[in-house]
Design a protein around this ligand. Sequence first.
Ligand code: B12
Length: 218
Amino acid sequence: MLKIQKMLVGAMARLDETMVMNLVKQGLQMGINPYVLLEEIRIGTDRVGELYSKGEYFLSDLIMASEIFKDVLTLVNQDRVVTAVVSYPTVVFGTVEDDIHDIGKNITTGIMRYNGFDICDLGVDVPGPKFIEAIEQYNSRVVCLTGLITEAFDSMKNTIALLKETGLRSRTTVIIGGLVNESVKNYTGADYWATDCTKVNELCRNILVNNKRIMQSS
Ligand code: B12
């Protein structure tokens, strides 16, 4: 790992916005893939979350972390030249009901758009019926659900149950992301889970282009 990447993790964990922004600018000038930089910031953000859990950071620090992240996203997007050339069927994406965390969703949809995917981003705190409406409207075959708080797991489960009730489940692949793991995947009934947003491109390409479901490997 380059020194700049290591420094980014620490700067984000300390919530040193000036340092984070300078390091990102330097990284971009050096030609480092913006999403590599974002991943280091995400690791730093995880540390912020850990310190919050331990009572060493407060809600204001979480808000600060999200503000820094948003500024970085704006900077990275300014620098980015959109090169999408391939067109895939629309992927429906949203943060599930009761959850308002959207930084990871925004990064993932950004990467997917960059890779040629058409995304219908429903935003945050999205109730199940809204997902169903969008899946029907776009005739989507993939729905991506983000969730970071414990309550989100029930919202994911309910959304997937609604897919079953409306007869859409068999033709819709469900991918979950955020603070999820294999147990959450099993609990909610999703098809795949991922915490590495770059994996979703290959996954969606396989589903949408090759009509192939691959083994969960996260
Ligand atoms: C920033 C933050 C906030 C910000 C969110 C701002 C925003 N616009 O998103 C604010 C301050 C608003 C916030 C509020 C709250 N938060 Co908060 N927050 C965080 C924090 C520090 C970072 C989250 C983050 O953005 N990470 C960076 C992103 C890039 O990572 P990510 O979301 O995981 O996304 C990556 C992957 O998962 C993937 N990905 C994401 N989505 C998807 C989807 C698909 C399909 C795929 C394939 C991939 C993918 O791509 C990303 C890049 O790789 C976390 C701590 C943590 N460890 O996560 C706590 C955390 C999630 N928050 C927590 C809590 C408790 C709350 C509050 C309830 C606090 C309160 N008392 O009010 C509220 C919740 C409000 C609500 N109803 O949702 C807890 C949740 C604990 C739990 N198990 O329930 C955490 C874990 C902190 C902690 N350790 O206690 N929070």
